[in-house]
Design a protein around this ligand. Sequence first.
Ligand SMILES: [Zn+2]
Length: 422
Amino acid sequence: MARIDGARLLADLRALAEIGRWQTGVHRPTYTAADMDARRWLAARLEEAGLDTAIDGVGNVIGRSRRAGPRFLLGSHIETQPYAGWLDGALGVIYGLEVARSLPDIAIDVAAFADEEAHFSPQLGSRSFTETLTDHDLERFANRDSGQPLMAALRDAGLADRPRLRIRDMAPQAYIEAHIEQGDELESKGLRLGVVTGIVGIRQFRIGFDGVQNHAGTTRMAARKDAGVALVRFASAVERAFPSAAGPRSVWTIGRIALEPGSPAVIPGRAELDLQFRDVDAGVLDRMEETLERLVAEAGREGPCSVRMEYTGRTDPALMDPRLQDALERAAERHAPGQHQRMPSGAGHDAQTLARLVPAAMLFVPSIGGISHHHTENTSEEDIVLGCAVLADAVDELATAAGNGLPAGSLPQAGKDAAHAL
Ligand SMILES: [Zn+2]
C-alpha cells in the first residue's frame, strides 16, 4: 500500500489557507494578488517534489513528473469563491502534491486549473488545457463582478505572454480529482468517502407568460389576463408533475421569478421564471424536458395567457470512468470498509471538462454540516488524511495494472489474470 504523510498533507493545506486568509476561510478570487501568490507557492512546492512546473498563459499550475511510463494527472483548483472555504479545490490539488511525493516511482502530474470558480468563465483553465477555448473566447470574457476584461487581468497577473499548456502534450492515462462533497449526504449517512459516478448535466429554461397589464381596482376578475397568476399555476404544475418524471436523485429549482411591471396596484402583463434541473442520466433529463414541454403546451391551451419557453443553458452529464471508479472503490474498501458509497456530483468540477478527452474519476470526502462556499467549510482531519490515502492507493494499483499492460483501472484478478497470462 502507498504510504502518505498525513501531517505533511495537513501542514501544506494549512499553509495554502494562510494565503488570502479570511476569518476561518479564504478569499482568493482568480488572478488577484492572493491568488497569484498561491499559484507561485504551489509551483514552488511542486518543484520541491521534483516535478517540472510551470504557470501557463491562463494561470494553470502544472507540475510534470520526470518519470517515464503510464502517466496519471491529479488535480483540482486553488482559487476560491469570495470569502469562502479553505478546502474547496485546494484539497484535490494538495492531495495531488502529496500523492506525487509518496509515489515517486509513478509518473504523477499535478494540476491546479485556473478559474474553476467562474470569476471570469467556469472551468476556464481546464477548458484551455483541453483546447475547448479559442483566443476569441479569451478576448470576450470579463470578470463577473468588476467587469474587468480577462485579457487585462492576465496582463496584470503577468500571464498574458505565456503559452497555454495542453493535455495532448502530457497524454495522461487518467485524471482523478478529489474534492470535498459540498453537501451533507456522506455525513448524514455516516460515510467517509464518495466515489463519484458522474457529474450531473444541467438544463435551464426561461418560461414567459404574456397577459394584459391593467388596473388592479377596476378590472373585473373574470376579464383579467393576469400573467402572474398564470406563472404561479404553472410553477405548482411543475411541482406536481416533476416527481414522476424525475429520477431518484434529480433536483429542480425555480430560482428566479419576475412580474412586470411589479406593482401592487397593477395586474402583471408579463411574467417570467427561470427553471433549472439536474441529473446524471441524460434519459432522465430528456423525460423532465418532455414533461416541461407538455406543461407549457397545456398552460397555453388553457389560457388566458400565452406561454413561451426557451433554452437558456445546457451542460451534458459527464460520466466517470467505470474502471477508475472500481479502483477508487477497492481502495476505499481497504481503508474504510463499508464506509463509502457511489454517488453523483450535483456540482460542476474540472473533471467534467477533462472527461471529454481522458478517463476521469472523482473522490469525495465529507463536508461537515454540508457547508461549502463559506468560511466555516471544513472536513475532519481524519477524513482529509483518509481521502488522500485512498487516492494514493488507487493510483498505485492503477499504475501497477497499467505497467502490466492492462487498461487503466484493470487489476490482474482471477479470470482476467489467466487470460492475460496467455
Ligand atoms: Zn471546487
